[in-house]
Ligand binder design. Structure first.
Ligand SMILES: Nc1ncnc2c1ncn2[C@@H]1O[C@H](COP(=O)(O)OP(=O)(O)OP(=O)(O)O)[C@@H](O)[C@H]1O
Ligand SMILES: [Mg+2]
Length: 242
């Protein structure tokens, strides 16, 4: 059984059809990349999985159980790094993390232990005492990742986590994604950066205009499209012509 499965998600915003029947599943110990251009439907898909948005039709399953926003207990199973990152402007990073630890139902003792552990892991000790509004974009993203990892989630979801980050921060994110995969987490990761999808993912789904046009390992996609480079595969998959 897949750790996370989405089936036939359909979502429109008014007359704009954002998702047109999106299905895929993510297993433990796997990095699954949702690769698509701007407006493809990546954030919409992720928002539905997280219960931030309701789909028009379609379902999300976690551990084989159909979930909806009325079942909040599944949320501790999912850690997410989104644009809306949960690191508050007026609180110290440590305080934001303490707040989230409580929301996730951890004890005070556990929270303090986890914060120390994660600060070490993500190399963010030097800005734990800074306020949210004093952070650079990279620090903010690390804070969001720290928040996501707090409850030891089974599933980790990252929506373009490296967007706007410098090279060392991007490298750090890639390293952490691979480490979390080694720990057995099911990881769903959206990006529009080919090289990144190529480097970190076990399977890639190419999403375009609300449709998953192809899914497979890089090797499978190479075979199917008779192209070596993911960039070429991508262009063929979305049917883009120069
Ligand atoms: N709140 C909204 N209201 C209206 N239309 C929306 C809204 N959010 C997204 N859309 C539309 O839905 C489609 C999918 O958008 P979505 O944000 O899911 O794409 P994305 O793949 O995350 O893109 P990006 O790479 O730019 O983040 C687009 O056509 C977009 O214009
Ligand atoms: Mg997006």
């Amino acid at each position: 059984m897949a750790r996370l499965e989405v089936r036939e998600l359909v979502k429109s915003y008014g007359r704009v059809r954002a998702l047109n029947g999106v299905s895929f599943s993510v297993n433990d110990g796997e990095v699954f990349a949702l690769l698509g251009p701007n407006g493809a439907g990546k954030t919409t898909t992720i928002s539905i999985i997280l219960g931030i948005l309701e789909p028009d039709t379609g379902e999300v399953y976690v551990d084989g159980e159909k979930i909806n926003s009325k079942k909040p207990e599944y949320r501790a199973k999912i850690g997410a790094v989104l644009e809306e990152n949960g690191i508050y402007e007026r609180l110290k990073v440590r305080e934001s993390l303490e707040f989230w630890g409580e929301i996730y139902g951890l004890s005070k003792h556990e929270i303090e232990g986890r914060i120390e552990e994660i600060a070490q892991y993500l190399d963010m000790k030097d800005f734990l005492e800074k306020k949210g509004n004093e952070l650079s974009r990279g620090m903010r993203q690390k804070g969001a990742l720290a928040r996501a990892l707090l409850p030891h989630p089974k599933i980790l979801i990252l929506d373009e986590p490296t967007d706007g980050l410098d090279v060392p921060s991007r490298e750090m994110f890639k390293k952490i994604i691979l480490k979390e995969k080694e720990k057995g987490r099911a990881i769903l990761y959206s990006t529009h950066v080919m090289a990144e999808a190529e480097e970190v993912s076990d399977r890639i789904a190419i999403i375009h205009q609300g449709n998953i046009v192809t899914t497979g390992t890089l090797e499978e996609l190479r075979d199917k499209f008779k192209e070596e480079k993911l960039e070429k595969i991508f262009i063929k998959a979305i049917g883009y012509e120069f």
